[in-house]
Design a protein around this ligand. Structure first.
Ligand SMILES: [Zn+2]
Length: 200
């Protein structure tokens, strides 16, 4: 599925928990992290008509959709949440507020796998290719996950799911005073939520 869908899915997952803003950021980023291997699309498109086209997207997309990378991302999420003073990102609201780095790491692991699941069910390419997930790569290439019922990346199912996720996001934003903007700025979140509630 598209990064937009993964973003809302990750944020909703994080919002169902008592995590603070920084920890939610870690969970959302973990849900987007597998698609870092899709950034090869940029050089691939730019060099498409050159004499030496770079096929980095075709070759490496899904190379990071693996258990090994999930564990690395989980460790990074834990460090990011356990050592807030040493890294950038939203600060914890007050020094006495509870922090939950272990829960954030567990949810980051879950968020990563939610991404894999979403890709498994709805990421068939326009050419019909199902982008198998090489879950145990680089240790074993034998285990490739696919699902025969997989629908297309631009299928109506994905549009419906994304619309529903956005609807729930709006609902939670108004109900819980927390919108995805809280990941960037507490002030922006507050302003948007107040504006939304006024029109409610
Ligand atoms: Zn993906």
């Amino acid at each position: 599925m598209s990064p937009v869908t993964h973003f809302f899915a990750g944020w909703l997952l994080a919002s169902a928990t008592p995590l603070n803003r920084r920890e939610k950021t870690a969970v959302v980023c973990a849900g987007l992290a597998p698609d870092l291997d899709g950034l090869g699309i940029i050089p691939e498109l730019l060099t498409r008509n050159s004499s030496h086209p770079l096929l980095w997207f075709s070759q490496y997309h899904h190379a990071l959709h693996t258990l090994a990378f999930a564990l690395l991302v989980t460790l990074a999420a834990w460090l990011y949440c356990a050592l807030p003073r040493f890294t950038l990102g939203p600060n914890i609201q007050s020094p006495s507020a509870p922090t939950r780095p272990a829960m954030a790491a567990a949810l980051a692991f879950l968020s990563f796998h939610l991404h894999l699941f979403c890709d498994l069910i709805g990421s068939r390419g326009p050419d019909g290719y199902s982008w198998p997930i090489p879950y145990l790569s680089p240790f074993s290439s034998r285990f490739q996950i696919t699902w025969h019922g997989q629908w297309a990346l631009n299928g109506w199912q994905n549009i419906l799911i994304t619309t529903l996720l956005m609807f729930f996001t709006l609902w939670i934003s108004v109900g819980k005073f927390a919108s995805p903007l809280e990941l960037i700025s507490a002030g922006a979140n507050k302003a948007v939520v107040h504006a939304l509630r006024k029109h409610h």
